[in-house]
Design a protein around this ligand. Sequence first.
Ligand code: CMC
Length: 391
Amino acid sequence: TGIITLDPGYKNTGSCESAITYLDGEKGILRYRGYKIEDLAEKADFLEVAYLLIFGELPTKEQLNKFHNDIKEHLEVDEDIKKIVDSFPRTAHPMGVLSSLTSALTAFNPSVVDINSEEDMYNAVVKIMGKFPVLAAWTLRRRNSKPYDYGDSELGYVENILCLMFKKPNEKYKINPKVVDALDKLLILHADHEQNCSTSTVRIVGSSHAGLFASLSAGVSALWGPLHGGANQAVIEMLESIKQDGGDTAKYMEKAKDKEDPFRLMGFGHRVYKNFDPRAKIIKKSADDVLADLGVNDPVLTIAKSLEKQALEDDYFVKRKLYPNVDFYSGIIYRALGIPTEMFTVMFALGRLPGWIAQWREMRLKQEPIGRPRQIYVGENQREFVSLDKR
Ligand code: CMC
């Protein structure tokens, strides 16, 4: 129409119609393809949820078995990828490495997905669902100077993620079902969240008809930031530093409220949830259960609970409808499961992968136009060029 409406951060802009995830921020409702997140977290496993998100329906037993077997067929990456992993400094953040490796997959798998071919799409899905956890785990193996490994093909999808990360050479990886259950639940809770920053990134990159792996790599980069997926690492680091500073949570509440101070209470607030984050409710209970089950006593849990209590009673947080989000307690669980802090956001990426794929596929199937927002120009008017020797 020629009229441009300014909406920084797209706070009130709907970018697409979607049939994947329903979210009501006022009522704290989250559903994948119509199924309540509470039911899925309790009753389904991560691979079922991945299938549901991507293909629209819960799989039958046969479909699920085939999906898992096909994924297992595609675990292996090109040998040269190992050289790329080896060329990163050991100190590199795993999210940067994962984004680069996902992008590198494009170079080793150059065939373009024909979006109208179900077979093509299915093959691309099982390929990335297989290889992404391998690459994710290898970012940790590189950090720890451990040999690269494909895990154990006898294991379930989530079990193998743990095996890929922690298996020792020439030793069978011992599965702890409690750890697997907890991780399964966390991955389900992170699997999709409608048009968040990384998902919008995946859709917008894909809208130029860039390939699936290239779009996913951009999603990993978007997720990395501390205002988005990086919050889970930032929360634990914040809780740790409060603990080291004597555990005075009230002092940090004041800092979070001080507009002169850039400090924010990490793990609090959400663009859409203005009542509570239903994922946080499930996770808080899960954190209590996991720590009890594994016999872990983590002092930062006490600090987290004290911060939450103070925030929920504080005018500043109440007025702005700031509640704990999914990542306020997730780091405490990851830590109890033995996952190193710098891998927390990678775990989020492993969970979000099916959501990104589902959204990319939906966007392409609906033949959405290229994502191309407008702007309001506020720079200089036309001016005369001044040659270099006169400046
Ligand atoms: N601590 C202190 N003040 C906050 C916080 C916080 N965590 N979050 C928001 N505010 C204040 C903010 O300063 C602003 O105040 P005022 O109106 O006086 O200027 C008001 O609340 C609204 O905040 P906003 O930044 O305009 O809200 P947003 O929708 O742009 O940002 C957010 C949402 C999640 C980025 C933000 O709440 C935040 O930075 N939280 C901390 C980081 C975090 O936990 N991120 C994970 C999000 S959930 C996982 C995921 O899906 O990515």
